[in-house]
Write a protein that binds this ligand. Structure first.
Ligand SMILES: C[S@@+](CC[C@H](N)C(=O)[O-])C[C@H]1O[C@@H](n2cnc3c(N)ncnc32)[C@H](O)[C@@H]1O
Length: 224
């Protein structure tokens, strides 16, 4: 869905070296939260983008970092106004805010995504088609994973996708937790050249049960 000749669709010019330093400094300050010492590579960004649903229009990005995925999303044709980027780290948030002025850039915790996207006004135009997550889900405790998945799916259309990468050899979310939340997982592409190499996973709601679309609550037994 790339639309050439639209000025707002042009990704900001990239200069990866200073961005890598910005990211590395934040990792030194808080390695657990930042979860990687360098930003994702472009191959991984392409693999994440490849999992967007056909006809995608509105996207939420979790853990924007220095904006590798943000840039790829805009390059793919997502209009800046249809993109919400959430980042917890204040320095990285300020960087994203300057770099992606036309987008909804919000500082806050992914667990509070529904509230933050509502108060920002992003959800007034409807739910998102996809969540692209750069969060270090693999190293998070199960409860935190559940809260983040619940929050993500509460902002998505019923068919919406939660797209996640991981450095581990399998899905970062256990089968048990997926079953509890009424979610399914599918393995996507593998980015060999990423540092470290990473695999993409796509989470979707099960047809008959799963996290509800609107209110940010989980109803594992509920029919949709
Ligand atoms: C592994 S980095 C990925 C950054 C970027 N997406 C990339 O791929 O280069 C994880 C990012 O998520 C942010 N983050 C960690 N926990 C978060 C949370 N609970 N809510 C929002 N952002 C969070 C970190 O500050 C960091 O920028």
């Amino acid at each position: 869905m790339t639309t050439p000749n639209r000025p707002e669709n042009t990704p900001p010019a990239d200069s990866d070296t200073p961005l890598a330093w910005t990211f590395f400094r934040q990792w030194l300050k808080n390695p657990l939260a930042v979860a990687a010492f360098s930003p994702s590579g472009r191959q991984l960004a392409r693999q994440m983008i490849a999992e967007l649903p056909h006809g995608v229009r509105r996207v939420i990005e979790l853990g924007g970092g220095t904006g590798v995925f943000t840039r790829a999303l805009i390059g793919h044709g997502i209009l800046p106004a249809d993109l919400l980027v959430l980042e917890l780290n204040e320095a990285l948030y300020r960087h994203l805010q300057v770099r992606f002025r036309g987008s909804h850039v919000v500082c806050g915790d992914a667990r509070k995504l529904h509230e933050l996207a509502t108060s920002d006004g992003f959800l007034a135009a409807g739910p998102a088609d996809a969540v692209i997550s750069g969060l270090g889900l693999l190293s998070m405790p199960r409860r935190l994973q559940a809260e983040i998945l619940e929050a993500g799916f509460s902002t998505l259309t019923p068919e919406g996708r939660f797209i996640q990468f991981t450095y581990g050899p399998k899905s970062p979310v256990s089968r048990e937790l997926l079953a509890e939340l009424g979610l399914s997982v599918r393995r996507g592409g593998f980015a060999w050249w990423n540092m470290p190499p990473a695999t993409v996973y796509v989470f979707t709601r099960n047809r008959s049960r799963g996290i509800h679309a609107k209110r940010g609550t989980v109803m594992p037994g509920a029919e949709q």
